[in-house]
Design a protein around this ligand. Sequence first.
Ligand code: PGA
Length: 263
Amino acid sequence: MEVIIQPTYEELAEVAAEIVRDALLKKPNLVLGLATGSTPIGLYEALVRMHRTDGLDFSNVTTFNLDEYVGIPPNHPYSYHTFMETHLFNALNIPAENRYIPQSTTVGHEEFCEWYEAAIVDAGGIDIQVLGIGKDGHIGFNEPSSSLGSRTRIKTLTQSTLEANAPHFGSTVDAVPKMAITMGVGTIMDAKQCLLLASGESKAVAIANAVEGAITAEVPASVLQMHPQTIVIIDEAAASQLKRVDYYKQVYANKQELLSQDH
Ligand code: PGA
């Protein structure tokens, strides 16, 4: 696992955006796996800036979102459909027919989940999957105890996740949808590259468990240790419980030096 530690949230967002930009310049029909939540907002802002100021072209890009709540309509102010529209889609030129987000209803959900998995395969698979991490170590809505081989399906959210998302639903846990449709851990592991982003001290334990702990369904993000191309991009606060901070910084510095010699 490559761990990139940046001084601030803004800088980690910039590093993540540069990785996406470089991949897009190499492959205009990039397939992006996208995440919601507060963490990727800086990455999305940086991509919008690159589109507006540098003409970074998204017209051949396809996107697949990780998850969506069930039980609220897509146009609900806190649905992930609305989140993506607000933070990314309304500012980029990704064709509407290339943007996939899990449905927000349980009706026909098994067929839908199979169709979603097939759509990812038909698109050629996900090139870069953006991920946040929950305080409990979840990725997507794959809560602790999720099968590490799971595919897209309905999951019940943990109390910790309901509490974390309550501020979006009038601060009452009872108003937060109890379930979501989420890509599985196995679906995420099929992506060619994963970018796991985390910021702030509240994520420090989850990051330490995911990066340096045992691989366990108790911390679904820990399975990324088995992924051949995962980059963990975090700020100093999220890195504060890691044991090998100096080493990760050395690895990154050496890599930058190698890259500069290449150019
Ligand atoms: P956050 O959510 O980015 O809002 O912290 C991350 C997650 O729960 O996966």
